[in-house]
Design a protein around this ligand. Structure first.
Ligand code: TXA
Ligand code: MG
Length: 356
């Protein structure tokens, strides 16, 4: 399949044409990748089962992993969900449009094929202008997972989408103004207490401020390894992973640096691995000059969680681009947005954490 790749430039006439074309593709049941404020999404008409089936095929996504439906108006939520609690309106009032997804009881019109057979549906109103305009102009609710091959880090740049999906979908809209860098916060409102199923830019504190009470799904950080099954089906997969093997090193800062430097001297490696492997470090700005290698990838300053979120997926993909085999990563604070960073990083590392 030929994939049309078009960039939003601000030239009104050209942009109008791109939106008209993309809208037409969506209405006809095709696939269009587009930017949102969190990551790029791979969109299809949510109410067209044939169209959403194509999403699963293009991504190689397991069919039990449900999709988020993207809307442009609050009234759309009422068409897709039933028994909507008052809290949903409060949260929407505070965080929509924006990087928050709510899980609500699904309406009849939502096909089981996009909810993985669940009786709930995940709904999000993005704030990114391109996403909003595409939903409005196409006139469809857009089911959209992140626009990556299943298992790869979510795309924050058009080149990531092109690398993963070129030849498999109808169109890619390029607009590298993706800002947040990690996927939306998912809040489950289908049960009594508001529960965060996936951490993101909107934090537990933010939700608590509006809801009064909220909790984190215990499956979020423990993960499958500890036998706790996360409630968002997608959170159980080894996710966000580059080809490189990542080890997170936790503990006293000086000891972490010392441990990683010892590893950089190929301590503990044998045979081929000792000779030929490319070892890199994922570091805080503060420590970046302390490692005995040129292969240091700086995530952000230690306290700058927002920047860490913005950079993480790009760096995970850079490891692949630079053919890195082994990564030693510092651990980052799990406060606020930092929780979403560590949640993704721990998954990318397949839960390999060393305490020093
Ligand atoms: O920021 C985002 O949310 C991006 C952009 C494109 O909007 N989308 C995104 O979609 O991250 P995806 O498919 O990569 O992740 C959706 C997550 C999965 O973990 C899935 O299991 C969960 O949402 N999910 C979807 N519907 C659900 C439901 N009814 N109940 C629980 N979890 C659900
Ligand atoms: Mg995804």
């Amino acid at each position: 399949m030929d994939t049309k790749v078009s960039s939003i430039t601000g030239d009104e006439e050209k942009d109008n044409k791109i939106f008209a074309e993309a809208s037409e593709i969506l209405r006809k049941g095709g696939l269009v990748a587009f930017p949102t404020e969190t990551v790029y999404g791979l969109g299809a008409d949510a109410l067209n089962e044939g169209a959403s089936a194509k999403i699963y095929a293009a991504k190689g996504r397991p069919s039990d992993n449900p999709l988020i439906v993207h809307i442009a108006e609050l009234s759309d939520m009422e068409k897709l969900a039933v028994d909507i609690p008052e809290l949903a309106y409060k949260l929407a009032g505070e965080f929509w449009p924006g990087p928050m997804t709510m899980v609500l009881k699904k309406a009849e019109c939502v096909p089981d094929s996009i909810t993985g057979g669940l009786s709930t549906v995940a709904i999000r109103m993005p704030v990114h202008e391109t996403a909003r305009r595409l939903i409005r102009e196409s006139g469809v609710y857009i089911a959209a997972p992140s626009a990556n091959t299943s298992g790869k880090p979510s795309p924050t740049k058009a080149e990531h989408v092109i690398g993963d999906l070129s030849g498999k979908i109808d169109m890619i809209i390029c607009d590298d103004t993706v800002d947040v860098g990690v996927e939306s916060t998912i809040v489950d409102l289908s049960e009594d207490c508001a529960t965060i199923l996936r951490p993101g830019y909107i934090t537990l504190k933010d939700i608590e401020r509006v809801a009064g009470e909220a909790r984190l799904d215990p499956g979020i950080m423990e993960g499958v390894a500890a036998g706790v099954v996360p409630k968002a089906p997608g959170m159980k997969y080894k996710h966000y992973a580059p080809n490189a093997r990542i080890t997170i090193v936790e503990g006293d800062n000086d000891k972490v640096v010392e441990y990683i430097n010892k590893k950089l001297s190929r301590d503990g490696l044998s045979g081929d691995e000792a000779l030929s492997s490319r070892i890199a470090v994922l570091a805080t700005e503060e420590n970046s000059k302390r490692y005995n290698t040129d292969n240091v990838y700086v995530l952000s300053a230690k306290a700058d969680e927002v920047k860490a979120a913005k950079n993480l997926y790009r760096i995970l993909r850079d490891f692949d681009r630079d053919k890195v085999d082994i990564v030693y990563s510092e651990s980052f604070p799990q406060t606020g947005v930092g929780l979403s960073v560590m949640n993704r990083l721990i998954k990318a590392a397949g839960h390999t954490i060393v305490r020093v």
